[in-house]
Design a protein around this ligand. Structure first.
Ligand SMILES: Cc1cc2nc3c(=O)[nH]c(=O)nc-3n(C[C@H](O)[C@H](O)[C@H](O)COP(=O)(O)OP(=O)(O)OC[C@H]3O[C@@H](n4cnc5c(N)ncnc54)[C@H](O)[C@@H]3O)c2cc1C
Length: 471
């Protein structure tokens, strides 16, 4: 980071150094654009510092614990594992520091000028940067990208502090709480529930909706629920939390449902994230913010102000780091005068890294039918997959939803949904099929290596051709 220099004109000014912002800055700089990147905190944003990366580092510790616990099944005798979460925390911080340092180095290498301060957009695409010591300077961009991201949402009667944690505080823990209540059974809540349960905590998920992971295909969600139950995670759906009463030992009793109580050592409030336009200024600009706090954009991420764009969690699109990347690239291409196609949000890849993992692209079965498609569906379990058996990880399935052709056969692949071992690493074939609008017959021609987990995807596609040999 550099001290704020005198006012300067840039081709592109980016406000926010998370995935949306740093991708825009680096991608533009790689095309020779003169870029300023304004970040008030650490480069990398939520994703690197308080989100994707630290959460997955914790999940990997949980996986190691699981593997050691089951080592005897593989003929490896060892004593029962114990957890030193302070080491986990240090390891996570080292990974984060390495990645954040990598972004800073890439910015330097590509001559992106990084301003350490709060960026506020005023009229005429002037961004006023205020540093921690109160110094201000104005920089202007021919184009401006707003990428100030999001922060955890809170709920009434659950203020942060003591045993009440949002994802920000959870990721700073240096111990595993013995009893954990996770409020909210979405992707992030389920990742934390999975982590702590695998590390020996007693975990309860409190979800207001009738089921956890509501956006998932039903068959996939059922596998996660069954696996979570095997981990002794107590899933309470259709319950609303009302408040909590702290105790003297640092824990609290959560009040929920119809007069029920749950005593825990930590409460993870995981009820979604709200866009963070709070410090963006925007007065006297044409940039509009809707009633939920999202910056309003069109399908090209253009705001109401000419030459000002917004990307990432700040706009009302899937809150995923890689969606932020895609939007950033879409915007930079436009500013370069290149052809740029809007992001197809209904086909982006989704990945949830709980155990078992979930990954999908395109609609699930019910969603496809609701969208008016006549569909043919095939699903195959990991139970019979040789690599899954070798890994000792046989919970899960692949499910493919294809459009039914006029001949009654499966045609274009609409959705690929997977749950099970390393599926987040296996989705790319399915993602390509969905986005290439490939047909079942085309994809069935491709060979999968043997023995591999991806054979399940190949088998499931082949089943849709009406033939099969393995399943
Ligand atoms: C626990 C957790 C796990 C997650 N796991 C995944 C995952 O596995 N995969 C995935 O794709 N997504 C995941 N996400 C979501 C992902 O982190 C976000 O979608 C992504 O970080 C959004 O990127 P962004 O650039 O829009 O915003 P952010 O990452 O929030 O970055 C915004 C940046 O802008 C800065 N900023 C804000 N206002 C200003 C201002 N006025 N001036 C200067 N700087 C400002 C902030 O300090 C911040 O650094 C996870 C999130 C959490 C919380």
């Amino acid at each position: 980071m550099v001290e704020v220099p005198t006012a300067e004109q840039f081709d592109l000014v980016v406000v926010g150094g998370g995935p949306g912002g740093y991708c825009a800055a680096l991608y533009a700089a790689s095309a020779g654009v003169k870029v300023a990147l304004v970040e008030k905190d650490a480069l990398g944003g939520t994703c690197l510092n308080r989100g994707c990366i630290p959460a997955k580092a914790f999940l990997e510790t949980a996986a190691v614990h699981r593997h050691v616990q089951h080592a005897a099944d593989f003929g490896i005798e060892s004593s029962a594992p114990t957890v030193n979460f302070a080491v986990t925390q240090q390891r996570k911080q080292k990974i984060v520091a390495g990645l954040v340092g990598g972004i800073a180095a890439m910015c330097k290498g590509r001559k992106v000028e990084v301003f350490n301060g709060v960026g506020r957009l005023g009229p005429d695409k002037v961004v006023t940067v205020t540093t921690a010591n109160g110094a201000t300077t104005d920089i202007t961009g021919t184009n401006v990208i707003l990428a100030s991201g999001s922060v955890p949402r809170l709920i009434p009667n659950f203020e942060r502090g003591g045993p009440i944690l949002t994802s920000d505080e959870v990721l700073d823990l240096d111990h595993v709480p013995e009893r954990v209540a996770v409020i909210g059974g979405g992707a992030i809540g389920c990742e934390f529930a999975s982590t702590f349960a695998d590390l020996g905590a007693k975990v309860t998920i409190l979800e207001g909706l009738p089921k956890i992971l509501p956006g998932l295909d039903g068959d996939v969600a059922n596998v996660v629920v069954r696996s979570f139950k095997k981990k002794q995670i107590d899933i309470r759906t259709g319950v609303m939390v009302n408040g909590h009463t702290p105790n003297d030992s640092g824990g609290t009793t959560v009040h929920f449902g119809d007069g029920e109580d749950l005593e825990v050592d930590a409460v993870v409030v995981s009820v979604g994230r709200r866009p963070y336009a709070d410090e963006l200024g925007l007065d006297d600009t044409g940039v509009k913010v809707d009633e939920r706090g999202f910056v309003v954009v069109d399908e090209f991420c253009r705001t109401g102000e000419d030459g000002v764009y917004a990307v990432g969690d700040l706009i009302d699109t899937p809150q995923l780091a890689h969606v932020g990347y895609a939007e950033a690239i879409l915007v930079v291409k436009q500013t370069l005068g290149e052809t740029a196609l809007p992001v197809q949000y209904d086909r982006v890849p989704w990945a949830i890294y709980c155990h078992p993992e979930v990954a999908f692209a395109g609609p699930g079965e019910v969603e496809a039918k609701e969208a008016g498609f006549d569909v043919v569906v095939a699903k195959h379990p990991f139970k019979f997959n040789s690599r899954a058996q070798i890994l000792g990880e046989t919970d899960g399935l692949a499910k493919i939803i294809a459009e039914k052709g006029p001949d009654g056969r499966a045609g274009r692949i609409l959705g690929v949904h997977m749950v099970g071992p390393w599926v987040t690493e296996q989705l790319s074939g399915g993602y390509l099929a969905v986005n290439w609008e490939a047909t079942v017959d085309e994809v069935a021609e491709f060979i999968q290596p043997h023995p591999s987990l991806t054979e399940l995807f190949g088998e499931t596609v082949m089943a849709l051709t009406g033939r099969s040999f393995n399943g």
